[in-house]
Write a protein that binds this ligand. Structure first.
Ligand code: KIV
Ligand code: ZN
Length: 510
């Protein structure tokens, strides 16, 4: 049986210290319930003395969460500890988390106290907290820049005072993995009574090493890691829960430990935290980034389709993702393209696939990402190609803050010119109304979307419309530097496809 690593989640406390990430009480409770589903061991809900809101939030989380420990942060003084205890009064499993700096820099400039004073304060605070909670964690703030023998002395003294967890934080994200692992080994070997407590680490990401440092600490005896969802937290953030957990799971052979986390809830947890904090996850972020399971290179796509493990070290289902995705672009090969057609529901013969694939490659040279709609448009265009009935000859619009949007459209229908003008709620609506007046086709507009093919305000706008008439659904596309003209072209393109289908009924391509 592998050793268990306890997961102490501080998304609601250190995570909330991310600039701009404040959460209200109901949002904190919502995240706490999600953390309960993930099955973390401890939820640090806040710092009660810091504000009335934080006090109420810790109280609300303590009231709701009954299966796991709820921790509240306190400095090493009576007022903070009693405020934390008060907020945790209703908690089933309360934990008071006391922190006090141990580095000479903090002692000299911040606390203005001697080592002896800090030693005494730490033991007294822990003793006091034990009157209110069976579980008391003591954090030696800035431990990674502290004199190690002094940290061991403080730890030994707080163990005697009743601390159940000792935390060794890399508060300023200064440590590097090898060195950090050695420090943990030293603490494990030089702290009298260490076997009575659990050693924890809390790593910040200033050098991008928070996860690596946490894993190095585990290798050398730490049995708790302090993490946040998406790695949010003070400055560059904390070690990301999802990265630590998936490293432990994926490399169980190397790390030889386990956690109780239900990894299938990782994706939903990440999305919830993003939604509540408004802090987006970078696309290339490990585990939960949008590209973490997306394959772009043709060789990779082909490999994954043949056997997922050729290019995937984790199964996306393990974090709650339905499947990996194939990003269709210029690097995609025929195998991936064929798979994409299948996913979109098309059953085409090999010759038809070749024709559409050739056009797809041309399009991919112009556009970075080819969306599903683009592929559908290519398929319908290639398969339903006929002589166009409708051709745009002229389009003029009047619009502005004071004007009623009006469009005048001239269309060539089978060699005959037709012109009409119409109003609308905007110039595009007016244009579509004028086209309908001329063509008399009352198709239902199911979808309208605009993408820019190139960047900047002079970008080519590409409009995609999806129309339905008598159960027949078609897609039309049009591109132009003017999006009103692109819209008219897309609408007429769709009408031409409908017209073709009326003359050449095909049961369905799907
Ligand atoms: O980074 C830190 O040292 C902390 C402590 C309160 C544990 O957040
Ligand atoms: Zn921190």
């Amino acid at each position: 049986m592998k050793d268990k690593i306890f997961i102490f989640d501080t998304t609601l406390r250190d995570g909330e210290q991310s600039p701009g990430a404040s959460m209200n009480i109901s949002e904190k409770v919502r995240i706490a319930h999600q953390l309960e589903k993930l099955n973390v061991d401890v939820i640090e809900a806040g710092f009660p003395v810091s504000s009335r809101g934080d006090f109420e939030a810790v109280k609300a989380v303590a009231k709701e969460i009954k299966n796991i420990q709820v921790a509240a942060l306190a400095r090493a003084n009576t007022k903070d500890i009693e405020r934390a205890a008060e907020a945790l009064k209703v908690a089933k499993y309360p934990c008071i988390h006391i922190f006090l700096a141990t580095s000479d820099i903090h002692l000299k400039y911040k606390l203005k106290k001697s080592r002896e004073e800090v030693l005494k304060m730490a033991a007294e605070a822990v003793k006091h907290a034990r009157r209110y909670a069976d579980s008391v964690e003591f954090s030696a703030e800035d431990a990674s820049r502290s004199d190690l023998d002094f940290v061991c002395k403080v730890f030994a003294s707080v163990i005697k005072a009743g601390a159940t967890v000792l935390n060794f934080p890399d508060t300023v994200g200064y440590a590097v993995p090898d060195e950090f692992g050695q420090k943990i080994k030293y603490v494990m070997g030089h702290t009298p009574g260490i076997e009575k407590a659990r050693l924890s680490v809390h790593c910040h990401n200033d050098l991008g090493l928070a996860v690596a440092n946490s894993l190095a600490a585990i290798v050398h005896g730490a049995r708790q890691v302090e993490v946040t969802i998406n790695g949010i937290g003070e400055r560059a953030g904390n070690a990301a829960l999802e990265e630590v957990i998936m490293a432990i799971r994926t490399r169980a052979d190397a790390l030889k430990v386990q956690t109780d986390i239900v990894t299938e809830h990782i994706c939903a947890s990440s999305r919830l935290v993003t939604m509540i904090t408004g802090i987006p996850v970078q696309p290339n972020k490990a585990i939960v980034g949008a590209n973490a399971f997306a394959h772009e290179a043709g060789i990779h796509q082909d490999g994954v389709l043949k056997e997922r493990t050729t290019y995937e070290i984790m199964n996306p289902c393990a974090i709650g993702l339905a499947k990996s995705s194939l990003v269709m672009g210029k690097h995609s090969g025929r195998h991936a393209f064929k798979q994409k057609l299948k996913e979109l529901g098309y059953k085409l013969g090999e010759a038809d696939i070749d024709r559409v694939f050739e056009r797809f490659k041309d399009l991919a040279d112009k556009k970075k990402t080819v969306f599903d709609d683009d592929i559908e448009a290519l398929v319908t265009d290639e398969i339903f190609r006929g002589k166009d009935k409708y051709r745009l000859v002229y389009l003029g619009v009047v619009t502005g803050t004071e004007a009623v949007p009006t469009a005048t459209v001239q269309i060539d229908i089978d060699g005959e010119l037709h012109r009409e003008a119409e109003f609308g709620v905007g110039p595009i609506d007016a244009t579509f109304n004028a086209i309908t007046k001329i063509t008399k086709v009352k198709a239902k507009l199911l979808r309208f979307s605009v993408n820019s093919i190139t960047g900047g305000t002079d970008a080519q706008g590409e409009v995609t419309v999806r129309l339905e008439e008598d159960g027949q659904v078609v897609i039309g596309q049009g591109a132009d530097a003017d999006i009103i003209i692109a819209s008219a072209k897309a609408y007429l393109n769709a009408l031409n496809r409908l017209e073709y289908l009326k003359k050449n009924p095909v049961k369905s391509l799907y």
